[in-house]
Structure formats: C-alpha cells, structure tokens
Design a protein around this ligand. Sequence first.
Ligand SMILES: Nc1ncnc2c1ncn2[C@@H]1O[C@H](COP(=O)(O)OP(=O)(O)OP(=O)(O)O)[C@@H](O)[C@H]1O
Length: 332
Amino acid sequence: MTTTTETGTETTATAAAVLEARGVTMRFGGLTAVRDVDLTVRQGEIVGLIGPNGAGKTTFFNCLTGLYVPTEGQVSYKGTVLPPKPHLVTQAGIARTFQNIRLFSNMTVLENVLVGRHTRTKEGLWSALVRGPGFKRAEAASRARAMELLEFVGLAAKAEHLARNLPYGEQRKLEIARALASDPGLLLLDEPTAGMNQAETRTTEELVFAIRDLGIAVLVIEHDMKFIFNLCDRVAVLVQGEKLVEGTSEVVQGDERVVAAYLGTPFEGAPGAEEAAEVEAAEAHAAEAEATEPEAEASEDAPADEAPAADAAPAETPASEGADSTTEGDSK
Ligand SMILES: Nc1ncnc2c1ncn2[C@@H]1O[C@H](COP(=O)(O)OP(=O)(O)OP(=O)(O)O)[C@@H](O)[C@H]1O
C-alpha cells in the first residue's frame, strides 16, 4: 500500500522475521473486514496493532492464529507457511490471549496453566492411563514449568485458587501465563489491559517487557494509546480493514491520517473515504427529498393552514441524526 510508512528501529529492522503476514484479506459475505494486510514482526520486537472499533484487528488476529481461514493471503512463522488450524499454529510457536477472558473458571490457577502446556508434552493416552515413570516424570516437569510461569506473572501464591475467584486483572495475567505455557516464539495479546486500572496496566506493561526480554516477540492489540506508545517498537494502524500507517510510536502519533481516523474526520485517500462521501451525498439527497415531499402533499391534500408545520421537521432530522451517529461511532 503506497500510503504506508515503515520506520522500524535500527536493531529490530535487521532481526529475523518471526511472523510474516502477506496480503491477508478476510471477507464475511459482502463485508471485507480485513483487506490486503501485510505485517512483519521481528525477533525481539513488541509490535502494536491499533485502530478504531470494528477496524478488523481481532479478525486479523484470528487469521494469524488459524481461527479463520483468510479469504486471501498467507501467514508464515519463522519462514514456514502456517496451516490455518489453531492447534497447528500453537504447535508451531504462536500463542494468544483473547479479548474476552477464556479461562477454565472451575479449575485451579495451576491447572489452567497445565492445560496450556499440553501441546508441549509428548506423553500419550496409554502412558497417562498406566501412569508409568515416564508419565510421572513428564507430569512433574510440567508442574514445575507451570509454577515457574506463575512465579513469572506474579501468581505463584494463588496456584491452588480457583480461576474464577481471581480478581479481573489477575485473570488476565493467568491467561498470559497459560499462553506462555506452550513455549511460544510469538505471543499475541488481544486487549490485555481492557478493564484494568492504572496500576494494573502499568504492571502489565512491565510484564510484556519481561516477556520480550525472554526472547518472545509480542504483537498486541490495545485501545489504551498511552500503553501502546510506551510499549511498542513499532505500531501498525488498521482503519476499515486496511493498514493505514506503520512506524515507530513517534511516527504514528504524528501522522495526521491517524489523528483523522481516530477523530473521524475523513481525509483525501483514506480507506472508506469514497464510500463515506457517497453515503453523505445519498443522505443529503434523501433529506432534500423528504423536505420537499410534505410540501407537495400539503399543497394537494392538506388544508393550507397545516402545511408550514409539516415541512419544518423533516428538513432538520436527517442532518442531526447523522451528526449524532458520527460522534457515537468515534467515541470509544
Ligand atoms: N464472524 C464474523 N462474521 C461476520 N462479521 C464479522 C465477524 N467477525 C467480525 N466481523 C465484522 O468484521 C469487522 C471487524 O471486526 P473486528 O472485531 O475484527 O474489529 P476490531 O478492530 O477488533 O474491533 P474492536 O476494537 O471493537 O474489538 C466488524 O464490522 C465486525 O462486525
């Protein structure tokens, strides 16, 4: 896309690519939720994916993790094209968390992490049934690793608590620990600070830096701009399914197209600007038609003294509705 600005930092720009998405497009019937998106995440990077509500961020994540089969395009992990099957994507080395927390609420904190470990355990069903020495060794190793991860995210003291009894912020941390249990090379976080207070958000920021320091690349969706711009080496902006801008936090924050996309002012060449102009013209046309219709009807059917009241309202209603919906749509 010609409008994209790519400005990686010097160190990360030369590092090996962990994730390469090329021309990813996802259509749902007539709706194109993601259109021709390219994105690279390199070793050692934290990359942010931002965009207004409904921009296609989660759909793009779902294409990366095999939850959706992209209509077009492909996704590679460390140079190998990924089959669009979630368990194969996890096995390859990509783990994720979800926008809506998906824990096993009646299992303990430790058991939740052990579930995340199963792609890395080799013991089969027979071994599990017999509970031989191989199985016991593997089980002990899994528990040790799970405890290590709980220590890492600060939940070791709550290993035996039921997941559903954890406060919200800790449930999000547990999701991260469970994702890390599959030993990923790339972690995808979908709104990790949603619903968190400032202190929890700061802890999450530190946690993501610590994950990167373990050698795990991170791709993160978030609406909290302060969090994103503090955290990320590079940020990509999706608007109406298309990648609008990509660059360092400074580049993205200073880009007038990003400001316009968030504030909702259409600008020349913006994705969807043409459609928006068409809709606006059609609405104006409809408003004009409505404004003149009652007048014509009034002159034919109604008594002359009722006509002025009939034409006053319709002329104003569509314009004020339009203004309201724009404000609402951009408010989040
Ligand atoms: N399974 C689906 N079937 C049909 N349409 C879908 C489906 N999933 C998403 N969409 C549509 O695709 C568009 C992009 O949605 P998506 O959830 O990816 O946006 P988002 O950027 O993650 O939004 P938010 O920030 O609000 O989470 C929306 O118009 C949404 O309604």
